[in-house]
Design a protein around this ligand. Structure first.
Ligand SMILES: *[C@@H]1O[C@H](CO)[C@@H](O)[C@H](O)[C@H]1NC(C)=O
Ligand SMILES: *[C@@H]1O[C@H](CO)[C@@H](O)[C@H](O)[C@H]1NC(C)=O
Ligand SMILES: *[C@@H]1O[C@H](CO)[C@@H](O)[C@H](O)[C@H]1NC(C)=O
Ligand SMILES: *[C@@H]1O[C@H](CO)[C@@H](O)[C@H](O)[C@H]1NC(C)=O
Ligand SMILES: *[C@@H]1O[C@H](CO)[C@@H](O)[C@H](O)[C@H]1NC(C)=O
Length: 540
């Protein structure tokens, strides 16, 4: 059992106390587990909150560490609402505005809109991104009380008006700079400025812009690579955002399963935000398919599902006999129209049996045998194995998510079962099967909007009378700004560095609504598809 650490304790106290009353206690475990003691609203009194909390703790704790008994004793204290361990949450990873009826030339009210401050609680932000240029922005509105405390070499402007970071678990990362890309993407989706000719290597090219391009952004970094997003940091970020004077908080972060509201930092933070007139918008989660997969069920949070837009990204595979198949995947690699031999299964594996080799299971393929070839794989995951051994490309069965194109680290086309069978029979029908994979292009999705397969579904497991999610918004193949330090295919070996990328998830849908819900009052047009019915979507 490690010692109770007063220095850290008082630091954390200060970090969390401005608006509401919660204190963090370092418990006695070896891993320095942080506990959050939630005490509801801050009560006015003679004593400063920190000294009051300290004396309350001294009452309970008579040694230099906390025992389980003492945690219970704290929890029984009449002023304490709950005591719970700080756990880890995760980020739930430009046609979309036009599709929602918010065309570029829509009548806007820039004086009102530029007063809107959006707090983004996420992985940080890339301040130099072109999407955060402050062309046309006046100085921050008077109600703004925040600060630009993004660390060294971090500058704000009249678009990105504030930044803070909470690194109690990653002290070496002392900057609000985004290394993961997720926060830059969500912030620019909510309020990025106009950027002409933005694209991912020419794919999805157009003018990138946020929902309200003149709104201001305040970034609160709580998520770190390989750490995730710690609840104690999330709570501190909510507290600051409320004090800083934001109008809306968008948080594309969540837990796998909902927990009791008094034990949930996002529920607590959002409660105090709403008491202060701030709307909190949260992504529903990406655990779709089954019923009750939803993680965001709190009534005072606006919960957002993800749906398709009318633009879909496709990657064509052209067989040697002339058949062209439309696959999924975002492919920026040009094969210059050249066909390559198609290889399959047992011919390119020494280690594995026929089926494992045909699936391109991890470790099955031989580098020397796939040189200059495109590999046919029975599974989506097989693309990663084809990439590992240096294949030119891959044609794979889309057995994973079939309604989304993800960025892949090699030229690859992911086919529906029917089209995959065509390739399979073509492979068997000729001695020298060949294929070429084309770079991605945009196609029209005539059946949009459809709720994404991955988007979490209700009903609400904690309060069944309140249907969740509340709305759906575009969350598939969204082009927005990115951190040039992050890998666009989420693969450490893929060292492409981009300023704009295409991501999918309820995370991407959430910032769309952050703006729309506010705009609703301003231009009163129907902006989001109200879809409480999704709650019963899978309920048959
Ligand atoms: C919430 O925290 C309390 C301690 O305050 C604990 O007893 C309870 O089990 C927690 N509930 C859940 C659902 O985690
Ligand atoms: C500041 O950050 C940018 C972006 O990472 C980098 O290019 C630049 O070299 C940094 N400047 C200093 C002085 O560290
Ligand atoms: C395609 O052509 C470009 C430009 O000539 C070249 O850089 C690239 O390596 C070629 N790609 C392949 C796969 O041959
Ligand atoms: C190519 O081969 C496949 C499989 O045999 C077949 O289904 C398809 O019709 C052929 N395409 C053309 C253009 O002949
Ligand atoms: C990304 O933006 C920077 C300026 O912030 C620019 O120097 C760089 O060339 C851009 N990279 C790409 C790939 O466009």
């Amino acid at each position: 059992m490690a010692a109770f650490c007063p220095r850290r304790f008082s630091f954390l106290l200060l970090a969390v106390f401005v608006i509401f009353s919660a204190l963090q206690v370092l418990a006695a475990d070896e891993d320095r587990q942080v506990y959050i003691v939630y005490m509801g609203n801050l009560v006015d009194g003679d004593q400063s909150p920190s000294s009051y909390h300290f004396s309350m703790l001294q009452e309970v704790v008579d040694r230099s560490y906390l025992t389980a008994e003492e945690q219970e004793k704290l929890a029984r204290h009449e002023e304490v609402v709950s005591v719970f361990p700080s756990t880890t949450y995760h980020p739930q990873t430009t046609r979309s505005w036009d599709f929602m009826g918010l065309a570029e030339n829509v009548h806007r009210n820039p004086t009102v809109e530029s007063d809107i401050i959006i707090g983004v609680i996420d992985t940080g932000i890339w301040p130099e991104s072109e999407s955060f240029n402050d062309k046309g922005s006046s100085p921050p509105p008077k109600k703004w009380k925040g600060a630009c405390e993004g660390g060294k070499n971090f500058t704000c402007n009249n678009k990105l008006i504030g930044a803070r970071y909470y690194n109690s678990y990653s002290p070496t990362d002392d900057s609000a700079r985004d290394k993961m890309g997720h926060g830059t993407h969500t912030a620019s989706t909510a309020a990025g400025n106009y950027v002409k000719d933005a694209s991912f290597y020419g794919i999805a090219k157009g003018t990138a812009r946020g929902g309200v391009p003149s709104a201001r952004i305040a970034a609160y970094k709580v998520c770190y690579p390989s750490v995730g997003c710690r609840e104690a940091d999330i709570l501190a970020a909510f507290d600051d955002a409320i004090a800083d004077g934001v109008d809306i908080i968008t948080i594309s972060i969540g837990e796998a399963m909902p927990t009791q509201f008094t034990n949930d930092s996002i529920a607590i933070g959002a409660f105090h935000a709403s008491q202060n007139g701030i709307l909190v918008v949260q992504s529903a989660g990406n655990k779709g398919g089954q019923k009750t997969t939803i993680a965001s069920v709190v009534p005072w949070i606006f919960t957002v599902a993800a749906s398709t837009t009318d633009r879909g990204i496709i990657t064509k595979a052209e067989l040697g006999n002339g058949s062209i198949l439309n696959g999924k995947g975002v492919n920026s690699f040009s094969l210059n129209g050249t066909s390559y031999p198609l290889a399959y299964g047992e011919d390119i594996s020494h280690e594995c049996g026929k089926q494992a080799a045909q699936n391109c299971e991890s470790g099955c393929l031989e580098t020397s045998l796939v040189k200059g070839k495109i590999v046919l794989c029975n599974t989506y995951k097989g693309i990663m194995e084809a990439y590992r051994v240096g294949a030119v490309g891959s044609v794979a069965l889309s057995d994973y998510i079939t309604d989304v194109s993800f960025i892949l680290p090699i030229a690859a086309s992911c086919l529906h079962e029917q089209d995959f069978h065509v390739v399979h029979s073509y492979f068997g029908s000729t001695k020298f099967p060949k294929v070429v994979i084309l770079t991605s292009e945009s196609g029209r999705n005539l059946d949009a909007p459809l709720v994404a397969s991955f988007s979490s579904r209700g009903p609400n497991t904690i309060l069944p009378d309140i249907l969740k999610p509340d709305v759906t918004a575009p969350g598939i193949e969204i082009l927005a700004a990115f951190s040039p330090l992050a890998s666009p295919s989420d693969n450490d070996d893929d060292d492409r560095s981009v300023n704009y990328t295409i991501l999918s998830g309820t995370s991407m849908a959430c910032p769309h609504v952050a703006e729309s819900s506010r705009l609703y009052k301003i231009i009163s047009s129907p902006l989001v598809t109200v879809c409480n019915q999704i709650s019963s979507y899978d309920n048959r």
